[in-house]
Ligand binder design. Structure first.
Ligand SMILES: [Zn+2]
Length: 302
């Protein structure tokens, strides 16, 4: 029997959402108690080189993705923002400086996303319509966040991890796209989870993707695409493809383990993931999921 060079997974009709959360190595939640925001400007910027590496990888694989970018980063790397957009990717917002949504009140949140959006739009010339909360920090504590996003013209958000996790999570939230507001088309597309032994498990990237064997992610995304017939939403960070980044002393051992494990294996693992499935921009996923999200709203509102 002739062996087909095309992997069967790539044949499914489902196009998954590929996303990069653009922040530098010192801006991650894991180090927020060790590195002060006031000290950020004295640290070596590595995000530009890492994003360029990712743009090359995406170009070689001929995939488009969404770059959820901090306003703080866009302010310092204007030309990079234009390169992202010129390469056909979507530029979207990751807030201004990675403060979690539940640390704001509604007014402060509104100011944060407006500030980030203005910087991103000025730097790139592109319209910003998508948002990802830092550390997936939209949850049951922030009912006003979606109202504010809708009021500021956002069409979608990908800000919920529908799972219980030590740093984040909204375990009661739907696992797939839904309209969080009545009378609004705003779509929330949660990061991917899979069902394993009757429980939701994180399967959309982050430490799990780096630490666990690739076979787990492949199984999970295949299950979501084939059994549930829904797109997966996957994310990673520029610092995850940067094995030479400075080490942060004094961070908790658990944070360090999670942050530094398997950085060298990340780029080849990502290439495998990109080849095994069909991927696209998050705004396109949101558009395709609109009808599904609407149907789920009735269920959610009930
Ligand atoms: Zn982030």
């Amino acid at each position: 029997m002739e062996h087909s060079p095309v992997k069967p997974e790539a044949d499914t009709a489902v196009i998954n959402g590929l996303s990069v959360d653009v922040e530098d190595w010192f801006q991650v939640g894991a180090f927020e108690n060790v590195i002060d925001r006031e000290d950020w400007d004295g640290l070596a910027l590595r995000v530009e080189d890492n994003v360029l590496r990712i743009l090359d990888m995406f170009g070689e694989a001929d995939v488009k993705a969404t770059f959820f970018t901090l306003g703080w980063v866009a302010k310092r790397h204007g030309p990079l923002m234009r390169r992202i957009v010129e390469a056909g990717h979507e530029l979207a917002s990751h807030g201004y400086d990675h403060a979690r949504v539940f640390t704001f009140d509604r007014k402060e949140f509104g100011e944060d996303i407006a500030k980030a959006q203005a910087i991103l739009e000025d730097a790139s010339g592109a319209k910003i319509a998508g948002y990802r909360a830092p550390s997936f920090s939209i949850d049951q504590r922030t009912p006003w966040a979606y109202e504010e996003l809708a009021a500021q013209g956002y069409t979608y958000s990908s800000s919920v991890a529908p799972i219980a996790h030590d740093h984040y999570g909204w375990r009661e939230a739907p696992r797939f796209a839904f309209n969080p507001l009545e009378g609004s088309d705003l779509v929330e597309i949660p990061v991917t989870t899979a069902i394993l032994g009757g429980r939701r498990v994180a399967a959309g990237g982050g430490g799990f993707f780096r630490v666990l064997p690739y076979a787990f992610s492949r199984w999970a995304i295949r299950q979501v695409n084939r059994e549930e017939n829904r797109p997966a939403v996957f994310y990673f960070h520029p610092w995850e493809v940067d094995p030479d980044q400075p080490r942060v002393p004094g961070a908790p051992i658990k944070s360090r383990l999670r942050h530094y494990t398997n950085l060298k294996k990340m780029a080849p693992k990502l290439r495998e993931l990109i080849d095994d499935f069909a991927w696209g921009r998050m705004d396109e996923v949101a558009e395709r999921e609109a009808a599904f999200a609407k149907a789920l709203q009735d269920e959610w509102a009930a």
